[in-house]
Design a protein around this ligand. Sequence first.
Ligand code: SAH
Length: 458
Amino acid sequence: MDFFPIFLNIKNQPCLVVGGGTVAVRKAALLLQAGAKLRIVAPQLDKGFELPHGSEYLAERFQPSQLDGMALVIAATDDAAVNEQVSRGAKLRNIPVNVVDNPELCSFIMPAILDRSPLVVAFSTGGASPVLARLMRGKLEALIPQAYGRLADFAARFRDLIKQRIDTPAQRRIFWEDMLDGAVAEKVFAGDEKAAEAMLLAQLEQPQAQARGEVYLVGAGPGDPDLLTFRALRLMQKADVVLYDNLVSKPILEMTRRDAQRIFVGKRRDNHTLPQEEINELLVRLALEGKRVLRLKGGDPFIFGRGGEEIEELAGHHIHFQVVPGITAASGVATYAGIPLTHRDHAQSCVFVTGHLKQGGLDLDWEKLAVPNQTIVVYMGLQGLETLCGKLITHGLSPDTPIAIVQHGTRTTQRVVCGTLGTLPQNPEVAELQAPTLIIVGGVVTLRKKLAWFKPGT
Ligand code: SAH
């Protein structure tokens, strides 16, 4: 960290801007927003220059004596010698100084600012790339709605009260997280601060309600952390305990709260580390202990994920839960493999099936699967590949029908093997593939030749 970030209180403090151009005006306006007592010094003002309301203008050349008594100085002239003089004079007097676009002459630099006062976010690249800092700010602009300023004001009103009433910092944090991230916050956003206040006070009166646990059943998508939803990420940062299995990629797991307890309830084919019933029971037990439990699942929890079973159990115990959809493997993996699941020339419908073998066989409705102009996506299908291809052919699909197997879709270890129903099972590359893999059958597979855009490791 080359610069130490702080937020400075300059209310009613004398601040100086040297310069009479548009940049000077911009800086002056910012200082005024923060309540500075502002003086602008320049022999003359540029044409069209509008003196910011509330500032004092001195029509003089810069002289070091003008620095005396200042709390902060910004030089924004186009005269290098003057800028340097301002910097030297300020440093001699220990006054924080910023010279626009000249990091060497600065004792502080100006961040890109996201203003949701009283919530303010400052971005800096330490002078390396102000444009990058502004781009980052742009990204957060979209993420942090204007209403967050109101929420921060609301929280400030109750800060002392909550401090008196809840004395352990950890419990206070949980209380505030619940308030600022749940129904109370929603009320503030909706402009109903009265209702928000009533809810907050009610929560404070019922300590047992504070300890009520809940479960977040969250879809983590197929592996690339960029494919998480905002809501998934928010809940991942909030949970006290994380239950995950081996479909959840490592980079995603690392995005859960650092001090959260992580429990591996891994599932491998035919080798459930914890039987499903025990996972269901564990969720219930942890929630009843008052924990916020994140059940993180690969893809989408409601697609071949047994998410339904897990929350049925919770509902039976009246435990609060929410479900966050994730990008399911069919969608994420096909996209990263350059295979559109539908296409006007190839497929008007698409079906998702499980290829999990039962007693060595595949229990699927072959008549419905083996139809023209349809894409078939097979989850958990690698072991049953040969049976799958054989059955589709005997039920009427041509042995030339294109098929692809995608290993580790959307991840840096993604690998795609293509062929036809007649040839793929014999392809020696298939034997090298590692779970998870997804199978896609149908004419759309041929589009990959043109559309493959994600090429990890090349
Ligand atoms: N709920 C998950 C699916 C769970 S079943 C979802 O919506 O995606 C597990 C199967 O999903 C795996 O056997 C594999 O077929 C598929 N799968 C999940 N992630 C995958 C990935 N990154 N690449 C390829 N297949 C994946």
